[in-house]
Design a binder for this molecule. Structure first.
Ligand code: NAG
Ligand code: NAG
Ligand code: NAG
Length: 424
């Protein structure tokens, strides 16, 4: 089974009155199973570009030197890291954590490849990154969390911070499966920086980091003061256990291999693992409703990563009939759109229990993946909305007012406020 390596370098925006698209100026490369390396955004309008650059906040990388003691290493044995920006004003005792995404590795070969990238080694990580969207310090871009302590946690273990060292034995390769230890080292470090005194906290993450957010939400809650307000926000982390269009269990067998290789079972929901095959318990639909801490899911109904890798992986599209549709949702035939609607229905069905227990959701009908850390999609006059509310407004209402917020968009193509990804 092969997945595409998508190295997303940058995106430019074409604004139109009725709809906007995001163009990937991107390179597709390599064979191994690394998915999403992350992307950055800039606007086509010179004025807006200038503004974004002026407001951009570069935040330095900190390596966790204490990780040496516990052996909490990246895949290659290097130290894990994070970017930290101190809170100010009324945000001094509030904490926003954001876990970086970037797919998973399921084989010795793909994990070994990862060691040569920032997703497997801090040797290759940028020494500073831009904080945007939910991490921004600009109140117009990030109305509720701008003044909080903000942390971007770098992802370098390849198993959503859930791998275990016991699984390294007999694998015949110099690889460290230390995701769980990295998560613990990050928590300890942040607790010592003031997280232990938090009044309010939000653990968030996108993609594989959104999955890590769900896996670790309750144990995050447990280390914070009892009287603190603690919630979790998973962005594009609700990966569906669906068959692909050829009828193969592509994502399920991929998750099976990740869990097996990296010894993930012990980090997964215990009730789920007691009842089901552990690899099934890596799918949020199996455990999100039993998380005790309040959860909010931001997830597009047509998440392009999920369409490209779960529903229509290359291995399932024998004649390439889907290639133009996968590059641009507006190119999909009526038949293909019907299949995409089926995928949306599966998502809504998988969310039934979660919605019944008043879980928070923002399910927009856009062809996108990760919307919280990008200014354009998080909050702004032109950002995607449901019922006239941006993602930031919906999350804010849910976080602060303890209201049930369930924003579910009408099916594609009804929402003119979408950013839809366009691949070259
Ligand atoms: C930028 O915006 C200002 C008004 O906001 C306008 O006068 C100016 O011409 C714009 N510059 C460019 C390069 O578009
Ligand atoms: C997917 O299923 C088809 C039959 O529907 C089979 O021929 C093919 O080998 C399978 N592909 C993979 C990658 O398992
Ligand atoms: C949408 O929200 C904006 C900003 O909150 C508000 O100014 C506008 O009146 C709203 N539009 C509608 C149609 O409710």
């Amino acid at each position: 089974m092969t997945f595409n390596l998508q190295s997303m370098l940058s995106i430019s925006t074409h604004r139109r009155i009725w709809r906007r698209k995001l163009n990937w100026v991107a390179a597709a490369a390599a064979v191994v199973a690394i998915f999403l390396l992350g992307f950055s955004l800039f606007s086509a309008s010179p004025n807006k570009t200038t503004q974004l650059t002026q407001l951009s906040e570069m935040v330095p990388l900190t390596l966790i030197s204490n990780a040496k003691k516990t052996g909490a290493f990246c895949l290659d044995g290097s130290l894990p890291g994070y970017h930290f920006q101190k809170g100010f004003g009324s945000g001094t005792r509030n904490w926003l954590l954001h876990i970086e995404g970037g797919g998973w590795c399921n084989t010795i070969a793909s994990c070994s490849y990862r060691k040569t990238t920032a997703l497997g080694s801090s040797k290759y990580m940028d020494l500073e990154v831009k904080f945007g969207g939910i991490l921004s310090s600009d109140p117009s871009e990030n109305p509720d969390f701008f003044s909080w302590n903000k942390v971007k946690i770098r992802y370098c273990d390849g198993a959503s911070f859930a791998g275990r060292p016991e699984s390294e034995i007999n694998k015949g390769a110099k690889l460290f499966f230390r995701g769980q230890l990295i998560w613990e080292a990050v928590k300890d470090e942040l607790l010592s920086l003031g997280l232990s005194n938090a009044r309010q906290a939000l653990l968030s993450g996108c993609s594989a980091g959104g999955l890590a957010t769900l896996i670790h939400c309750d144990d995050f809650r447990d280390v914070l003061p009892k009287n603190a307000k603690v919630k979790c926000l998973s962005d594009a982390g609700f990966f569906l256990n669906e068959k692909d269009i050829a009828g193969n269990h592509t994502i399920q067998s991929f998750y099976h291999d990740v869990v097996q290789l990296q010894g993930v079972s012990k980090s997964l929901n215990k009730d789920c693992v007691a009842k089901k095959d552990p690899f099934k318990c890596l799918f949020p639909q199996e455990f999100t409703s039993s998380i005790k801490t309040p959860i909010f899911l931001v997830n597009p109904a047509y998440d392009f990563w999920q369409i490209q890798n779960i529903l229509v992986p290359v291995s399932s599209d024998f004649h390439g009939d889907w290639s133009t549709c996968k590059r641009n949702i507006h190119n999909c035939s009526p038949n293909q759109v019907a299949i995409l609607q089926g995928f949306r229905n599966s998502l809504l069905k998988a969310l039934t229990n979660f919605l019944q227990i008043n879980g928070g959701v923002f399910i927009n009908s856009c062809y996108i993946h990760c919307q919280t850390w990008i200014a354009e999609t998080w909050h702004g006059p032109a950002s995607p909305k449901i019922n006239n509310k941006t993602i930031a407004e919906s999350v804010g209402e849910w976080y602060f007012n303890d209201k049930t917020v369930q924003q579910i968009d009408c099916p594609y193509p009804c929402n003119p406020t979408c950013y839809n990804m366009v691949f070259p």
